[in-house]
Design a protein around this ligand. Structure first.
Ligand code: ADP
Length: 489
């Protein structure tokens, strides 16, 4: 009790900050975007376009071409021609020159990219500016370095490019996901047909502009926009040699079935329900900050979000109280404001999904604590929420919510927490907070998760591989491992 009082005493005032909106004066958006096929902007054969909106105020930003199977066919043919005639023939160091150029051009236009990413996707400008765009450029730099060193990456083995890569990406890190996929594919000598998610096409189309300006030979990268049926047409196209998909587990399973009786190489990066584990000996304040960062920043729109907190019993009250305090100090609202911690949910559909899970939490009788902050009246917003007293078997613990919702469970022993942490269909990431190196090593070997962060969370680097176990998918992106996915070895 005394401890709780002490913690409460440390509560500070939430400052009323003056608005600090990022300027939009320097960006240029067209009213209508066509498809980028064979180095040219072409109209969709159906003549159909759809609106892309700003989820923070529901205003239309631009119209986006809706590609059908015939457009996909054109893009694949262009990619095949570019592969056979140019890209597989030029020297690897030439390939890397183009990639370095693209990386530098992303850096030069970083501010424009960050603003458009935030307008189209709803994520705070701080995150687009400090994470998404720099990392996207870094992936091009990193893989440009590998293009002429593949023989060193796989010594004594013969490596060959695959051909045409069909790549389908989600809406949570649009430009970054595009770079994760395009950069290793190009470095390994493949050509690309990429489709961004329907709610966040703009930065990929801006990347197409850069690709055009960079002088990359026509057809090496084709960017086509549309919905699930456009993605399915890429997966089904008989002349695609490799499919790389990041998105929901449901769609991933459909793709795996489609590809299973073909020779297409496949990598899937799917959902997650990652555990963040705090031991009694952890630096608690640092851990609380890591948990907040792991689930609330970027609205929980991260496949590897630390959406399940496991806290050792002895520090449970302290951690929960500190989380509540910290949650009250988060700024939610206009994603373009540089002070905003939590921006808009990406789409109305996603907000509905999150609400559905919150309703389940209520029906299950879980203790729900949400921030007392106000949310803007327009746009799609969700308050950061904690769900306590939740059972291991609960839907909230087992299914991916993809929103700013954190379930909290307690544990006593190391074995118990390993068992609970591993007990979901997913295995993408995990976090461990402790003062003891031995505990970290013990858990990293026993947690069935592709990435385990120790005393930090959500840290990415182009040199380290990323990917999952179980229903979180297979194959690795990033690092040397990321090259394997685009090579015949
Ligand atoms: P989310 O539920 O996070 O929106 P999805 O898996 O539905 O994730 O979408 C991720 C990407 O997959 C998007 O680009 C989407 O258009 C695409 N997509 C959706 N359905 C299919 C499908 N059946 N085949 C291929 N791509 C698809």
């Amino acid at each position: 009790m005394k401890k709780e009082k002490e913690i409460k005493k440390t509560e500070s005032i939430k400052w009323e900050l003056s608005p600090a909106p990022e300027s939009t004066g320097h960006i240029s958006l067209k009213a209508k975007y066509d498809l980028f096929i064979d180095g040219k902007w072409v109209k969709p054969s159906s003549g159909k376009y759809f609106d892309t909106i700003n989820p923070a105020n529901e205003e239309k930003l631009a119209e986006i071409a809706y590609a059908n199977a015939s457009d996909v066919d054109k893009a694949v043919k262009a990619a095949r021609k570019a592969y056979s005639n140019i890209w597989s023939k030029i020297s690897p160091s030439e390939r890397s020159k183009y990639m370095y150029r693209i990386a530098r051009m992303i850096q030069e236009r970083a501010r424009e990219f960050a603003v458009i990413e935030t307008l189209d996707g709803g994520k705070p400008i701080r995150e687009s500016r400090d994470v998404d765009i720099p990392l996207a450029a870094n992936h091009f730099f990193y893989y440009a370095g590998w293009a002429d060193k593949l023989e060193y990456a796989f010594p004594n083995r013969k490596v060959e490019s695959l051909g045409v890569a069909g790549q389908i990406i989600p809406w949570n890190f649009p430009l970054l996901m595009a770079s994760w996929k395009i950069a290793p594919a190009l470095a390994c000598g493949n050509t690309v047909v990429l489709k961004p998610a329907e709610t966040t096409s703009l930065t990929c189309l801006k990347l197409a502009e850069i690709i055009e300006e960079s002088g990359l030979p026509a057809g090496v990268v084709n960017i086509i926009t549309g919905f699930g049926d456009t993605g399915a047409a890429i997966v089904n196209h008989p002349d695609v040699n490799k499919v790389a998909f990041t998105g929901s587990t449901g769609v991933g399973k459909i793709i795996q079935r489609t590809v299973s009786n073909t020779e297409k190489k496949l990598t899937l990066e799917l959902g997650g329900k990652s555990a963040n584990i705090i031991f009694e000996d952890a630096p608690i304040d640092q851990a609380v900050e890591g948990i907040i960062n792991g689930i609330f920043f970027n609205q929980g729109h991260v496949c590897c979000a630390g959406s399940r907190l496991f806290v050792q019993e002895g520090v449970a009250d302290e951690v929960i109280q500190k989380l509540k305090n910290r949650m009250e100090h988060l700024y939610i609202g206009d994603p373009m404001d540089k002070n905003t911690d939590i921006g808009a949910i990406n789409s109305k559909e996603q907000l509905e999904t999150i609400k559905k899970y919150l309703k389940i939490a209520k029906n299950e009788g879980n203790k729900i604590i949400e921030s007392s902050c106000n949310t803007p009246s327009k746009g799609y917003f969700c308050k950061p929420t904690l769900i306590l007293d939740v059972a291991q078997s609960s839907t909230l613990v087992q299914e991916e919510i993809f929103g700013p919702v954190l379930t909290i469970q307690t544990f006593r022993t190391v074995d118990e927490v390993i068992q609970k942490a591993n007990n979901t269909p997913f295995g993408l990431a995990a976090g461990v907070w402790t003062d003891k190196g031995s505990k970290i090593f013990n858990l990293t070997t026993k947690l069935r998760a592709g990435v385990v962060w120790a005393n930090t969370y959500n840290k990415f680097d182009p040199t380290s591989p990323f990917g999952g176990y179980k229903e979180s998918g297979f194959g690795r992106e990033g690092g040397v491992h990321g090259l394997e996915a685009y090579l015949k070895i």
